[in-house]
Design a protein around this ligand. Sequence first.
Ligand SMILES: O=C(O)[C@H](O)[C@@H](O)[C@@H](O)C(=O)NO
Ligand SMILES: [Mg+2]
Length: 385
Amino acid sequence: MKNLKIDSVSGTEFTYPTCRSVDSAGHSHPGPPGTARMAMITITSADGQQGHAFAPPEVVRPHVLDTFVRKVLIGQDALHREKLWMALEHWQRGSAGQLTDRALAAVEQALWDLAGRALAVPVYQLLGGYRDKVPAYGSTMCGDELPGGLSTPQEYGDFALKLVERGYKAIKLHTWMPPVKFAPDPRMDIRACAAVREAVGPDIELMLDGYHNYSRTDALTIGRALEKLDFAWFEEMMNEQSSASYAWLADQLDIPILGPESLSGKHYSRADWVRAGASDILRAGVAGTGGIGPTMKVAHLAEAFGMNCEVHGNGAANLAVCAAIKNCRWYERGLLHPFLDYDEVPAYLNSLPDPMDAEGFVHLSKEPGLGEDINFGYIAAHTVA
Ligand SMILES: O=C(O)[C@H](O)[C@@H](O)[C@@H](O)C(=O)NO
Ligand SMILES: [Mg+2]
């Protein structure tokens, strides 16, 4: 029998090349060639089994690993994910915000990866194994002011055509937001959505995820326009801390309202949203909801209420959840931009975690664990801490 008692937890910070930059609102855009930093958290058991997960370095910085994670994990059985997650969540309240949901998510993903590798089973099969491939929607980056990029409604239309040619059967627009000079602008959002519908025709599913702080009346104006354009859902158009605003909008509109994405509170806040009638489709992502386990709990909650749960974000962990459940229409593949090749493999991996075929399906890796094909040599050669 394997000895999966946790022996060590390590964090490795490394650099990798990128052509993406982040704006003041935290949204990514194409940028000049540069260097970004990432951290890999590794959990090792007494008999040498390992699990890995990636997170921003500040999320799993030494203080977090020393003060909370090692205290909870060392000496514990690595298969006891629920017990360890609950213990970490217990530490959150008194951590003065130092132990974040994203930190819980990173640790819990590494525990899932370790379990899968130790048992020689892909995580999506451990979770339920509903399917081996998942249809993807192309999720665009937010709008910008880059000529030839996503700076006009027509450029959105042109890019959407290219995404359909790549194989996508659904496209989600992230439109313009501050700090873009003319944003927010409901009319521009509607024009971009109309240009995309015009470009791709009636058979491609379209969704809008625009500025996140519209008023109820602006959101209603946009929502009514989306209904005329036959959009499939309307996402994060108002501050998600006001479930009353979402319940009001959902009552006014026929188009499905989807959320919450960015709201904290893990699976607990999403239960409140269901109770409040604040959305027609639930949303949860591994990073923002505190891990694979809480995301699965949201998906099961949604299923019990006859709702879909659209998983937020790309990557191996979100893809594993999408493949484990029935009540999720799409895998969010992105974020995409005309200037960037999403199919280019990041330097610290040997292959993409979410390869998509010409019909728009993303195929799950059959490798044990989360299935990330990690380039350990690259990480070792580019370690900074
Ligand atoms: O930073 C964000 O708001 C998210 O990354 C966002 O761009 C995107 O992931 C999203 O909203 N997906 O639905
Ligand atoms: Mg979103």
